[in-house]
Design a protein around this ligand. Structure first.
Ligand code: TMP
Length: 207
């Protein structure tokens, strides 16, 4: 019988540095899995499907009601699960996603203040009990993240949010991590790239 693959997500506030490590992590994982004839499917949220990428363009650029924003995030996620994540895991591949539902709790819940019970209801609807096998959370103080953001490209709707917004977003990520410590690996993203890679190597070796 085919063994199901694993689902790994990368999370963190904008400017936390997760993108710096994503491709490298995928390569590490891919070379480990190649020996077993498995592949790594790299994907992202919002996005990951043609419909999801269309929704991403709208979500990142258009102002909208907060509940609409949360519903569209979960609509894109449902499509992503059905078209990409579930089929890949079922055929034994591993999936590495740049963000997943922790981001909705952190941004729409923590950052924007949407009540958690609404997000929990959507999460149950869209995912049932499904959660990542591992979530790597890049944690960094908001002032460091804001410095890193200002040297990047032109900001989208979320990246232009205030420092207070990112404080609330970061706190909600940390609350989610404390709630499910067995699922989360928290990276101190103030450390050097070399230090962080050493930690991530241990993570890859342990899964
Ligand atoms: P990215 O810049 O890491 O690709 O993420 C896109 C933006 O979308 C980022 O600012 C976080 C935001 N986002 C949410 O607000 N809610 C979500 O559920 C997801 C997946 C992303």
């Amino acid at each position: 019988m085919m063994v199901r693959g694993k689902f790994i997500t990368f999370e963190g506030i904008d400017g936390a540095g997760k993108t710096t490590h994503l491709d490298w992590f995928r390569e590490q994982l891919a070379s480990r899995l190649a020996a077993h004839g498995r592949q790594v499917v790299m994907t992202r949220e919002p996005g990951g499907t043609p419909l999801g990428e269309t929704l991403r363009g709208i979500l990142l650029n258009q102002p909208m009601d907060l509940e609409t924003e949360a519903l569209l995030m979960f609509a894109a996620r449902r499509e992503h699960l059905a078209q990409v994540i579930e089929p890949a895991l079922a055929r034994g591949d591993w999936v590495l996603s740049d963000r997943f539902s922790d981001a909705t709790f952190a941004y729409q819940g923590g950052g924007r203040g949407l009540p958690r019970d609404k997000l929990e209801a959507l999460e149950r609807w869209v995912q049932g009990g499904f959660q990542p096998d591992l979530t790597v959370l890049f944690d960094v103080p908001t002032d460091t993240a804001s410095e890193r953001r200002s040297s990047a490209r032109a900001p989208d709707k979320f990246e232009s949010e205030s420092e207070a917004f990112f404080e609330r977003t970061r706190s909600e990520y940390l609350r989610r991590a404390a709630e499910s410590p067995e699922r989360f690996f928290i990276v101190d993203s103030t450390r050097s790239i070399g230090d962080i890679r050493e930690k991530l190597e241990e993570v890859v070796a342990s899964i």
